[in-house]
Ligand binder design. Structure first.
Ligand code: B12
Length: 217
């Protein structure tokens, strides 16, 4: 088996949602001294791009998307430390801080967005659920992300997104970060009305929006 066979199998593992196979392939690649960056880009990310295409065309559905994201996360957890050892820095498109709003414990969609962004190369800081506005803002100050992602699944927690933007403004941090919002009750109208920089209906769109926003910077 040469490295191109490995890349093909990595791509297939993403498409099939096979976490264990992906971890085995990643370990095999390290043993074969294949560069981890090549594995990420030519194997796993290639698979993820295909998944994105299939999802958009309606040929793949949410559970498969979740599974693909899990595969990506698992393989990155094996390959990233190897990259660090080689002192190679991936070309990181940007840093993202993401979390679910205060009083909201829904995290499935937010975690998918976080995984897809990680898969697309972003450095993602996932703050979890039930995150108070003050925590989002202090993390923006500390991490200095390019993008802040706010997830709300309840109509009652949507106003927290507005609050975060207001506190960012008050603290003089609004210009330093692009804010994207999402979650089942969120639409473009809401996103615009609270002065966010972007909105996405799903994780694939979220990556596109994030890429567009960092390119503009
Ligand atoms: C699963 C679920 C739960 C699980 C959550 C488990 C978990 N770990 O997340 C549990 C059972 C715990 C739960 C609890 C509750 N839930 Co609930 N829950 C759901 C359900 C069925 C699915 C949500 C989900 O995971 N969808 C799948 C993911 C993939 O989709 P998604 O979250 O929309 O995310 C996608 C996009 O929105 C977007 N996105 C998401 N976040 C972000 C962030 C950014 C930055 C961007 C760009 C994009 C983005 O990309 C994602 C991926 O494609 C929804 C119904 C629904 N259809 O949404 C109700 C729902 C959200 N829940 C609801 C309610 C009322 C509750 C409870 C209050 C119930 C109760 N009485 O206790 C509690 C809330 C407690 C709290 N304080 O948060 C209501 C909300 C109604 C409303 N209008 O506010 C809903 C709509 C159900 C209903 N029809 O009544 N819930």
């Amino acid at each position: 088996m040469d490295k191109y066979d490995l890349f093909a199998e990595m791509k297939a593992a993403v498409l099939e949602g096979e976490v264990e196979a992906a971890v085995d392939l990643s370990r095999k690649a390290i043993a074969m001294e294949v560069h981890p960056l090549e594995c990420i880009e030519q194997g796993f990310v290639a698979g993820m791009n295909e998944v994105g295409r299939l999802f958009e065309e309606g040929d793949m559905f949410l559970p498969e998307l979740v599974a693909a994201a899990e595969v990506m996360k698992a393989s990155l957890s094996v390959l990233e430390p190897e990259l660090k050892k080689l002192q190679v820095t991936r070309n990181i498109p940007g840093k993202v801080v993401i979390g679910t709003m205060y009083n909201d414990i829904h995290d499935i969609g937010k975690d998918m967005v976080a995984s897809m962004l990680t898969a697309a190369g972003f450095e993602v800081y996932n703050l979890g659920v039930n995150v108070p506005a003050a925590t989002f803002v202090s993390k923006v100050r500390e991490i200095q992300p390019d993008i802040l992602g706010l997830s709300a699944l309840l109509t009652t927690t949507m106003p927290e997104q507005k609050k975060v933007i207001e506190v960012l403004e008050k603290e003089g941090l609004r210009e330093s970060v692009k804010v994207i919002v999402g979650g089942a009750p969120i639409n473009k109208e809401w996103a615009d009305s609270i002065g966010s920089d972007g909105f996405a209906e799903n994780a694939i769109e979220a990556v596109k929006v994030a890429r567009r926003l960092v390119e503009k910077r």
